[in-house]
Design a protein around this ligand. Structure first.
Ligand code: SIN
Ligand code: FE2
Length: 198
């Protein structure tokens, strides 16, 4: 994996947060639910782009072209994120999904694989905004050893090559480490290619 600390300046971060929250007004954050059990995840999520990652009790993990509650197509991926992808992804096609995770209160994300994309060779590019997260990454098998490090506001992570298929998650978010988000917390923007390019 690659970590680019402080990829976005404070001014760029503020503009990006403003844009994301404005787009999220048309595509409200929803509580994702795990397949089968229906247990709520602790983050809330929305998406931008032609496809969005969603999960609910009945149908589980999948990509959908429209918001599950409004039925409207997801808002477009902000230009600055398409530019980021062109700069760091080294991939011959644009991302199709930008998953937006909002961490508030004690929200976290358990160790998991990003495995719902047919374009398995495309990297995953993610942006951290707001409070610092303790990010954990392991290996291809769940029982592989892991290590953790902090992701601060403006940092960019690229999971490519073997690390694209490594387990990862967020142990916790360090409340009060940033004043970027109104009301506090952390936003994570994850860019993914879903379908193999023609
Ligand atoms: C994710 O793996 O979907 C989110 C990672 C993060 O919030 O940094
Ligand atoms: Fe992930």
């Amino acid at each position: 994996m690659r970590l680019a600390p402080g990829y976005f300046s404070a001014a760029q971060q503020a503009a990006l947060v403003e844009e994301v929250l404005a787009l999220a007004a048309a595509a409200p954050f929803v509580t994702p639910r795990l397949p089968r059990t229906g247990a709520a995840m602790s983050v809330v999520q929305t998406n931008f782009g032609p496809l969005g990652w969603v999960t609910d009790q009945a149908l589980g993990y999948r990509y959908e072209p429209a918001h599950p509650e409004t039925g409207a197509p997801w808002p477009p991926i902000p230009d600055v994120l398409l530019e980021l992808w062109r700069a760091v992804a080294d991939y011959g096609a644009p991302p199709e999904a930008c998953l937006v995770n909002l961490y508030r209160g004690g929200a976290r994300m358990g160790l998991h694989l990003d495995a719902d994309e047919a374009a398995r060779d495309a990297p995953v590019v993610s942006v951290s905004l707001g409070d610092t997260a303790v990010f954990r990454i392991g290996g291809p098998r769940r029982q592989d050893p892991t290590r953790s490090f902090r992701l601060a506001s403006g940092d960019v992570v690229v999971l490519s090559g073997p690390s694209r298929h490594f387990h990862h998650g967020v142990d916790r978010v360090l409340a009060g480490t940033s004043r970027l988000l109104p009301g506090g917390g952390r936003l994570n923007l994850t860019l993914r290619r879903v379908t193999p390019p023609q």
